[in-house]
Design a protein around this ligand. Structure first.
Ligand code: 13P
Length: 340
């Protein structure tokens, strides 16, 4: 078999495995500044060792592999080991969890576009992907962000980020890694749900246009979108079913049926609401969804555990219990069986 055919089969297998058996992804790829910010709020030391200990807590959670198909790591984390000396990648793989890696280098202020960001990280990406693949990563994530505001997002911001997403996705597939393509329309602001729906639709339409333009194989990628929600400071917050309906309606319009899975980010929703909304989508639309509707949450899985851990060894077991609980809730939500 040629290299391209081998890669194709590998990509199809990995993409399918990431959304198989009602499982989903655990995002634990916070950059050091983001992780430190979350630690800082809870007065946890903002050190490499504290970040390592916290990630050890996560990857060694007993039975996590029953609910989690893949875990997204960060460059620091993929090189780290447990106290006993085992690489996190090995701990995950042994637990049946596919290791993945965040490969963008962050969203930076976009030139000539006040209030908007462009995600960087394309330079040297081919070499970094090859290194991550050698280290055992099987998928790669890239996040682009779109703020809603007066006249925002601009076409310039949407197009530049969509193009970068498509180039990273093509490079990832070339390296045999499944791209987890994350265009995030942010919740910040007082915009309505309808506005979020319109922006999300425009963003996703452009992203898929660019993905096709770069020759990306749709069957070998996972889309990681936001749910369609009113802004977090909008006085009207729609009930769970309306969020589910608006989100599914938007995705059905723009996400090709060839894509094997949609795995939502949580974006600052509470853990309970994220699960309830995911549940409603699977419950109400089970027979109409051409792709698996799954999760790739960071905060909505981790936050309750982090609030318990607080950097103390004595809290590890309880924190792992809370982490596993959220993972189980989200697996139930994939079946439409979640109850708060
Ligand atoms: P949240 O679920 O906390 O939004 O994080 C998802 C993620 O991976 C952001 O890049």
């Amino acid at each position: 078999m040629g290299q391209i055919q081998m890669n194709t089969q590998k990509l199809l297998d990995t993409a399918r495995a990431l959304v198989a058996n009602d499982k989903g992804l655990l995002a634990m790829d916070e950059s050091n500044p983001t992780c430190n910010k979350r630690f800082g709020r809870l007065e946890i030391p903002q050190t490499e060792e504290a970040r390592r200990a916290y990630r050890e807590l996560i990857v060694t959670t007993p039975r996590l592999g029953e609910c989690i198909s893949g875990a997204i790591l960060y460059d620091e984390t993929i090189r780290q080991r447990t106290t006993a000396g085992t690489l996190f990648v090995k701990v995950l793989t042994d637990a049946g969890i596919i290791p993945g890696i965040k490969v963008d280098t962050g969203a930076k202020s976009m030139a000539m576009h006040p209030g908007e960001k462009i995600t960087e990280g394309l330079d040297g990406l081919r070499d970094r992907l090859a290194e991550y693949a050698r280290m055992g990563a099987r998928f790669a994530k890239w996040r682009a962000v779109f703020a809603i505001g007066d006249g925002l997002p601009s076409r310039g911001c949407i197009e530049a980020n969509a193009q970068a997403l498509a180039r990273y996705a093509a490079l990832s597939q070339e390296a045999g890694l499944v791209p987890v393509v994350e265009p995030e329309t942010l919740m910040d602001g007082d915009h309505t749900l309808a506005k979020c729906g319109a922006v999300t639709e425009e963003v996703l339409r452009t992203v898929f246009d660019r993905l096709c333009g770069q020759g990306v194989m749709l069957e070998g990628l996972i889309l990681k979108p936001n749910m369609v929600l009113a802004g977090s400071s909008c006085p009207r917050q729609e009930p769970v079913d309306e969020v589910a309906d608006a989100t599914v309606q938007c995705l059905l319009r723009v996400v090709p049926a060839a894509v094997p899975g949609v795995a939502f980010l949580s974006g600052g929703q509470s853990a309970e609401l994220a699960s309830a909304r995911l549940n409603a989508m699977n419950l109400r639309f089970a027979s109409r969804l051409p792709w698996a509707v799954a999760f790739s949450f960071a905060r909505a899985i981790q936050q309750p555990a982090l609030d318990i851990w607080l950097g103390r060894d004595t809290n590890v077991k309880a924190a792992q219990g809370a982490l596993l609980h959220r993972a189980k809730c989200n697996r139930a939500a994939r079946r439409g069986e979640y109850t708060a």
